[in-house]
Design a protein around this ligand. Structure first.
Ligand code: AMO
Length: 430
């Protein structure tokens, strides 16, 4: 029976493993194969004089990255990976790999990101790449667990919709029978509607689609968003939840993914310490003004240069709070004493924005007014506005980019590296 390579020890006796042919070295009288599965690598040694003809024939034919089944006695040996080697009496080629390989799994030949993504199935055989997705999986696991434990109900909202959430133009139109339809850019309106349904605490982890023509290292056209919405909560309360979630996620990765972190050569994984600073938007602008050359004024978005300057000033995760209402969506609640600013926030990693959120407007008439102020037509939001007329609790929430969370957590240069099959302006296949 096949056993994971990691668990093969000199005490295993006769063992069977399956995996890919990682490397082949033929020294004449002696041949060495490194066989790899997702748990590790084992040396398979063939002393030619003492090896059966069938094993030698298969070993001679096999190409790198073919899938093989190998069985034999395990012996302790200092120089081999894991301090053991397997001397095979069975060497079966299960699936032969073509040569040449589109990508060098052993990474002797460096490949650019496009080549890697084109051959993602081979790229992901690299332990360093697999580690990213194992960490991503661990992060998603603990996020689900945390939210479930905090009493959140996991919901799934439609991705085919009739209207823009944020009112922007960044939507992908789709063919939906004879109707106009789009791919949803955020579960925003639906998660808010579930507050009217009395669910109180909801979350969704799902795809969001943005038709932005950005070609940057942090934008995707299909991203994964972790969204929450909480009734009777204000912006302070949901910022506290977000902060705790980030800390718990880092803690969990730190304690459960040590092998993956070392595959990624991360020796200084730092779990952020709460509370994260709350930096008022007006102060953020003042800091940026002093530190960057491009002009920036109160009322502007935080530019990438400003983001970098603030990041190096703050040195860790931080919130930007109290944004001008003018540059936030209609659903952000204005402060009662100064409606020119609103109860919206962004969670920032020193490298980039990770999350946006706000206490929402829950009063129907104010919401209609704010939709109009943004130059949008309340009639196209009728399905969304309706619940606000029949008892809507006050509520707040946020959306956190899962891809950027993973990217910043493990220090990837490009968000595409945190996504198995990224979608951008130039990439629709595979
Ligand atoms: P926002 O548009 O800021 O807010 O999105 C929230 C978070 O989602 C991630 N994100 C992206 N990641 C990669 N590529 C993209 N193109 C992309 N767009 C967004 C970011 C971002 O911070 N409805 C609000 C959330 C809320 O208020 O609850 C919203 O969608 O990490």
């Amino acid at each position: 029976m096949r056993i994971p390579i990691q668990s093969v020890t000199p005490e295993s006796g006769h063992a069977e493993v399956c995996g890919w042919v990682h490397e082949v070295r033929d020294l004449g009288g002696l041949a060495f194969f490194l066989i790899r599965d997702r748990t590790g690598i084992i040396q398979v040694t063939l002393p030619k004089k003492r090896t059966s003809e069938a094993v030698l024939t298969a070993a001679k034919q096999v190409s790198r990255e073919s899938v093989v089944r190998v069985a034999g006695m395990v012996k302790a040996i200092d120089k081999a990976p894991g301090g053991r080697e397997l001397v095979p009496d069975v060497f079966e080629i299960i699936s032969m790999a073509d040569s040449p390989l589109p990508l060098d799994v052993v990474e002797k030949v460096p490949a650019d990101l496009d080549t890697r993504l084109d051959a993602r199935f081979l790229d992901a055989r690299r332990p360093r790449v697999a580690a990213v997705f194992q960490i991503r999986s661990a992060a998603m696991h603990v996020i689900n667990q945390y939210l479930h434990h905090e009493g959140f109900i996991n919901i799934t909202t439609p991705k085919i919709v009739a209207a823009a959430t944020e009112g922007g133009t960044d939507l992908f139109p789709i063919a939906y029978f004879n109707k106009e339809a789009f791919l949803n850019q955020s579960p925003q309106l639906y998660k808010q509607m579930m507050m009217a349904a009395g669910f109180e605490k909801v979350y969704e982890i799902g795809p969001i689609f943005r038709a932005e023509e950005h070609n940057t290292t942090k934008h995707l056209n299909e991203a994964t968003s972790i969204d929450i919405e909480v009734s009777y909560a204000d912006h302070h309360e949901v910022m506290r939840i977000l902060e705790e979630l980030i800390v718990k996620t880092y803690e969990y990765v730190n304690t459960t993914c040590s092998d993956q972190l070392s595959s990624l050569e991360i020796s200084d994984f730092v779990v952020p310490k709460p509370p994260f600073p709350r930096l008022p938007y007006c102060e953020a602008i003042e800091i940026a003004k002093k530190r960057i050359e491009d002009p920036i004024e109160y009322g502007d978005d935080i530019s990438p240069a400003a983001e970098r300057a603030l990041g190096s000033e703050m040195g860790g995760h931080y919130f930007i709070v109290n944004w001008p209402s003018e540059i936030r969506p209609y659903y952000a609640m204005p402060y009662e004493n100064d409606p020119s600013i609103c109860k919206a926030f962004d969670l920032m990693h020193p490298r980039m924005e990770l999350s946006s959120g706000a206490q929402r407007v829950h009063q129907h008439d104010l919401l209609v007014q704010q939709i109009r102020k943004k130059g949008l037509n309340p009639e196209s939001f009728e399905f969304y506005l309706r619940p606000f007329r029949f008892g809507m609790p006050p509520h707040a929430g946020w959306g956190l980019g899962a891809d950027r969370l993973v990217m910043t957590m493990v220090g990837l240069a490009n968000v595409r590296e945190a996504v198995l099959f990224p979608r951008d302006m130039h990439r629709l296949v595979p």
